[in-house]
Design a protein around this ligand. Structure first.
Ligand code: 13P
Length: 247
């Protein structure tokens, strides 16, 4: 069975004053629950301090993207090695906002995930369909194709996390139905089994898209849902911890 991962994604939100939320979350997830991990992915500017504040707790800190290279002439970019050095143990790759704003293709995402593994941190590989793709009945085909193309070569099942985030559910309050999530997560699990065999059962598949304290219980109860990737509701410790409590 896969472990459960309750992960926050702060996106481009948070100043140093917001780090009080990290301290509150770190306090709320300690002592750790068995087989349930907590993670907050923060902007690069906050990473070192967030990691310092979380050090004595069960809270993991992660980055939100990384470059494919270890170092070099890439002004403004941050490598996976830099994230690891700053205290990150996870990094989100292929978020739909990165795919849309920075033209990150699944091929690039696979290289970013490989870079994370090279640096010794766990990539959370995001996939998800647009509203138009769902309306045309192609959601499963699109998302499983994205997953296949975004997996790094040579990874083991123990070293990756997948997040299904329907684009139309992100930041909209339009959460996917339990039936749609069940169907998609089953399809993703079979797709992972084609690549990793029986070990695919160890890979956490997170759901993301308007997950809140009031809908988290139903979503987390779905068979192949092994946690959440939470945007808006991860910015406040009380909301994040209320979701963590349902896991
Ligand atoms: P919301 O929870 O704000 O919809 O964001 C989801 C998301 O994009 C997490 O990566």
């Amino acid at each position: 069975m896969a472990r459960t991962l309750i992960a926050g994604n702060w996106k481009m939100n948070g100043l140093r004053a917001s780090l009080v939320e990290i301290t509150a979350i770190a306090g709320g997830v300690t002592p750790a629950k068995e087989n349930v991990e907590a993670l907050i992915c923060v902007p690069a500017t906050l990473l070192m301090q967030a990691a310092d504040q979380a050090r004595e707790s069960a809270l993991n800190i992660g980055g939100e993207t990384c470059h494919t290279n270890e170092k070099g002439a890439h002004t403004g970019d941050v490598s996976a090695e830099m994230l690891a050095d700053a205290g990150a143990s996870y990094v989100i790759v292929g978020h739909s906002e990165r795919r849309a704003d920075h033209d990150e293709t699944s091929e690039i995402v696979a290289s970013q995930a490989a870079a994370a593994l090279r640096a010794g941190i766990t990539p959370i590989i995001c996939v998800g369909e647009t509203a138009a793709e769902r309306d045309s009945g192609k959601a499963i085909e699109v998302v499983t194709g994205m997953l296949r193309d975004s997996l790094p070569e040579g990874a083991s099942a123990e070293s990756v996390v997948i997040a299904y985030e329907p684009v139309w559910a992100i930041g909209t309050g339009n959460v996917a139905t339990v039936e749609a999530v069940d169907e998609m997560h089953n399809a993703l699990r079979s797709c992972l089994a084609d690549v990793y065999g029986a070990a695919a059962d160890l890979i956490p598949i997170l759901y993301g898209g308007s997950m809140k304290p009031d809908n988290a219980g139903d979503l987390l109860a779905v068979k192949n849902v092994n946690g959440g990737l939470i945007g808006g509701a991860s910015l406040k410790a009380t909301d994040f911890l209320a979701i963590y409590a349902k896991a």
